[in-house]
Design a protein. Structure first.
Length: 285
């Protein structure tokens, strides 16, 4: 299996989800959308907010009016999702979102939101694998699952994103998606097929992953990167696990599915060192 760790989309700290049941073009600016929706997507892109179109699994009913919109801040101290309905979505204050404040006319969503990429025009595998997964997951998590446009990492289809924390999973089977969703509702991650957390640098995602693998810590907030220092492909990170801190060194490396002569190579990370700072005893060198 293609290694998926440390591959969550780095530039996805803030999210904008716009319900639209019509056809999805390859890229959002090419979609047949009302002027106010295109204006909101352009504004989001300008502010560094990741825009996504969403729709309910298996349904192609008319897009509701007023239009349903959700926003999320995935790397806040307490990540959140909020939703609202707008006659003109340009009334949504994205400036508040990037300041970490719930925009006016939006209310916090108490339940998690699950996104499954089914963007056929971007990659046929995302639809072939994502559509049935979204339907099954929707039956397991009624009202919480949405089909969505490209989330990044087509090679990992089917892709699942768990909001508000922005947890990415790839190469998901239907059973694996249900397990990951149930774990998230308990406040946990499943390391198998876990791509990482959106909005943080890939080396930090890797360092967090290796500490979780070493300690067995699965709670979403149980591991956090406090600082990093990079030199080329090597990054040293200080990672907190409860009252314990680890020094973790990771190296960016190439994975070739068919051997090094293969043109289809994938960048991933390997652990170089993992050291318990309180006692200074290396546990992996």
């Amino acid at each position: 299996m293609v290694p998926a760790l440390a591959s969550a989309t780095v530039g996805a700290r803030f999210w904008l989800l716009i319900e639209h049941t019509g056809p999805w073009a390859s890229h959002l600016p090419e979609c047949d959308l009302p002027e106010d929706v295109h204006a909101l997507i352009a504004r989001a892109t300008e502010l560094g907010v990741r825009p996504q179109l969403i729709r309910r699994p298996g349904r192609r009913n008319a897009t509701p009016s007023p239009r349903h919109v959700m926003v999320a801040d995935t790397t806040a101290t307490a990540p959140w999702v909020a939703e609202g309905r707008f006659e003109d979505v340009r009334d949504l204050d994205l400036g508040s979102l990037v300041r970490g404040v719930v925009p006016e006319s939006c209310i916090l969503v108490k339940e998690p939101v699950f996104l499954v990429c089914t963007h056929a025009k971007r990659n046929a595998c995302c639809a072939r694998l994502g559509l049935p997964l979204a339907r099954v997951l929707g039956e397991s998590q009624p009202g919480r699952v949405w089909e969505t446009t490209h989330v990044g990492g087509d090679r990992y289809a089917a892709n699942l994103v768990c909001l508000p924390h922005g947890l990415y999973y790839g190469s998901m089977s239907q059973a694996a998606a249900i397990a990951a969703a149930n774990a998230y509702r308990r406040g946990e991650v499943v390391l198998d097929r876990f791509r990482g957390r959106a909005g943080i640098p890939e080396p930090s995602q890797a360092a967090e992953h290796f500490v979780r693998a070493h300690t067995g810590e699965l709670s979403v907030g149980g591991v956090a990167v406090e600082s990093t220092r990079s030199d080329g492909d090597v990054t040293e990170a200080i990672v907190r696990h409860g009252d314990v801190r680890f020094r973790v060194v990771v190296e960016r490396t190439v994975f070739a599915p068919c051997g090094m002569a293969c043109a289809d190579t994938i960048m991933t990370y390997r652990p170089v060192a993992l050291e318990h700072l309180q006692c200074g005893t290396p546990v992996l060198t």
